[in-house]
Design a protein around this ligand. Sequence first.
Ligand SMILES: [Zn+2]
Length: 296
Amino acid sequence: MSTDYTASALAAGDSVRIVAVRSTNLVVQAQQRHDCSPTVTAALGRLLTGAALMGTFLKGRERITLQVWGDGPVRGLLANVVPGGRVRGYPLRPRADVPLNPRGKFDVAGLVGRGSLHVTRTFDSGLPYTSAVPLASGEIGDDLTHYFAHSEQIPTVVGVGVLAGPAGVIAAGGFLAHLLPGAREDTIALLEATVARLPHPSSMIKGGMSPEEIIARVGDNLAPRVTHVAPVQFACTCSRERVTRVLIGLGPAELRQLANAEQETEVTCDWCGQRYCFAPAEIAELLQASQERESM
Ligand SMILES: [Zn+2]
């Protein structure tokens, strides 16, 4: 399978930014790590693809977290991206599922229900800023478009898609185009008209199109110029060391209980599904070490 990456471009005399991504492996990873149902794979895959696109705006220690909360069976979807195209995410209820919609497609809107999209941007300083918008349709792509238009007041077109069959994910990808200062007002209408004529993003990926070729289609008539490409992967920031710190944070009483238990203590990372196991003897050592530190 080809590797995942984003391509970023400037178009229309540097007044439009266009980003495209191939995210097939990212979505395969998410599906496998969380054992997602087909519709959850489509929903989470679209959100992860959106996160990968938005991740191209980041630098330094910045990060973006997307949260979709709804009254549908999946309840919630989360995605997070840091610079370097490192994306992770999880569904609240991975096995939730709904029948195909009347058009024979994954009913992502039905799975998500009515609710809201929360976007948290954490800046280099570490300060987070969250804004929320009601879900436009629950189809994720529309919701991201709505977020850019209403929260950031940046006219944007977003397309994200996951193509899956009985054997799993076949292709995933997307694009995002938005106006920069100085853009002509009719540019967004032009982009919308171009995008409306395009095949679904996952079909373009399945057909073998690269992110650069998708940019060429989205930016048709706007002379796009690719400025850089960057890898994208499913990657989490969890580690045994971090989990150890969380365990110590539980306090001596709780640790003593775990140290005296018969079974291992198992901690699973929500974001990536990685399991960390600690034998009672290891917990006893943590307890002792934390108490020695306290008495110093
Ligand atoms: Zn993790």
